[in-house]
Design a protein around this ligand. Structure first.
Ligand code: NSS
Length: 431
């Protein structure tokens, strides 16, 4: 009997096939039994009429429990009411492996319990849907950048220079060279690569020893970082809005059933279309004051400020040109207002907040050196990075998009820890 994946059952209507999968649910009236199984490609309802099968089949059915592995053989029928649209009339049933007291039942479990069983929880419908949306987001990222002529450059995870802030570094002893840091960003390296290849990106895990236990922070998260030679801050925002719109439209187009499983409001995603509204940091502070916020010019925007601003829009919002003091050393000073830098954050609607941080880079050697020194960083560790400003320095810009925050937003789930298979948080290293 041909072994078929559930997703391909449509081509097998009225023929006999075998499907191997894990038991999701069993139920029996005494005369007819129903078995829902999943094989990683979909869900299948198998029907076992007691009078039409060998006694042994009925006995095997009686030994099944949630997550037992079985092989079922029988005829496939179209059945619009069945999950997946097909049903199998079972002739033979073999239990391939048992599953004794599977810890995750359909009843409600607390979040700590589910995360302690994350390795099993991944099999649940909602988690499967999230994983597929994440996959789509990642594919969309790669396709968009590839179609736009970007070259992928893989950047190191073990690094010798701090990329963002000294405050949240993971360090590890590194032979005779002192300490290496796990990369907080690949940006400094893609800047070097942009001078070789023009339009480049890196895409990988990044690490921050975030002490905050918020629903937007992981200690290990994935970030895609495009970097473009000759692009200004304005060009950078244009690229970001095209990029984010593309990702949302791809998820809508190709992950309809997953969005349905997640009960995601699709119209919210349909509205994610370029151009996105923009507001300068300085105007944002005024708008926040009008809304009663006590924030003062010079302070970074907190999650609440971001939410207040984003609430005015159904599309993502760019906030640009922040005060120099609250931003990273590599951002280019704004020639029109040297208190600020040529950067932007992109704030997602529906309370999701910042999904992107980007900027035009400081391309002046002396300015950059001064910023490195002012932040107490060791200029020697940045010798190679400063070299980019010594040998044909060039206008360039780039940004970083956080994958988990984007996936959580696409899925409409409240916390980013479900947007990655095995989240790493301050209090979570198992499984
Ligand atoms: O710190 S960022 O704002 N910017 C950078 O790392 C730049 N080096 C990017 C660049 O210009 N190439 O982080 C960028 C995004 C941010 O908007 C979030 O979406 C995400 O990375 N991010 C995080 N996601 C999850 N957890 C944590 N802790 C986190 N930190 C940043």
């Amino acid at each position: 009997m041909p072994n078929v994946q559930v997703k391909d059952l449509g081509t097998q209507v009225n023929s006999d096939v075998t499907v191997t999968g894990w038991v999701v649910t069993t139920r029996s009236s005494g005369k007819i039994a129903f078995l829902v199984l999943r094989d990683g490609s979909g869900y299948l309802q198998a029907v076992i009429p007691k009078r039409e099968v060998e006694e042994e089949v009925w006995d095997v059915f009686g030994t099944l429990s949630q997550e037992s592995l079985v092989a079922v053989t029988g005829e496939v029928h179209a059945e619009p009411r069945a999950p997946g649209g097909y049903e199998m009339l079972v002739r033979t049933l073999v239990r391939l492996s048992p599953s004794v007291e599977y810890p995750i039942s359909p009843k409600d479990h607390g979040t700590p319990f589910l995360f302690a069983h994350r390795h099993l929880w991944l099999r649940s419908r909602k988690q499967v849907a999230i994983a597929r949306v994440r996959h789509e987001v990642v594919q969309a990222i790669r396709d968009f950048l590839n179609d736009e002529g970007f070259t992928l450059v893989d950047t190191p995870i073990l690094t010798g220079a701090i990329g963002e802030e000294a405050g949240n570094l993971f360090a590890t002893p590194y032979f005779d060279l002192g300490e290496a840091y796990l990369a907080q960003t690949g940006q400094l390296y893609v800047e070097a690569a942009a001078a070789a290849l023009g339009k480049v990106y890196c895409f990988g895990p990044t690490f921050r020893a975030e002490k905050s236990k918020t629903r937007r922070h992981l200690t290990e998260f994935w970030m895609v970082e495009p970097e473009v030679a000759f692009a200004t801050s304005d060009d950078n925002m244009r690229l970001q809005e095209a990029f984010v719109s593309y990702i949302a439209q791809r998820v809508l187009e190709r992950r309809e059933s997953e969005l349905q499983e997640l009960e995601r409001d699709r119209s919210a995603l349909e509205r994610i279309k370029a151009p996105f509204p923009r507001i300068s940091y300085t105007d944002a502070i005024e708008r926040l004051h009008a809304k009663g916020s006590p924030i003062t010019w010079g302070q970074d925007l907190g999650a609440e400020d971001e939410a207040l601003l984003a609430a005015d829009h159904e599309r993502p919002l760019f906030v640009y040109n922040y005060p120099k003091e609250v931003k990273a050393f590599y951002m280019k000073e704004n020639p029109d207002d040297p208190r600020t830098v040529l950067n932007n954050d992109c704030l997602a609607p529906e309370g999701y907040g910042e999904i992107i941080g980007g900027s035009q880079r400081e391309d002046d050697y002396d300015q950059l050196l001064a910023r490195i020194q002012a932040q107490g960083l060791d200029p020697e560790a940045y010798g190679w990075y400063l070299d980019l400003r010594r040998y044909g320095t060039f206008v360039h810009s780039g940004f970083g998009l956080g994958v988990e925050r984007t996936v959580a937003w696409m899925c409409g789930i409240p916390h980013i820890r479900e947007a990655i298979a095995f989240p790493r948080q301050i209090h979570r290293l198992y499984p």
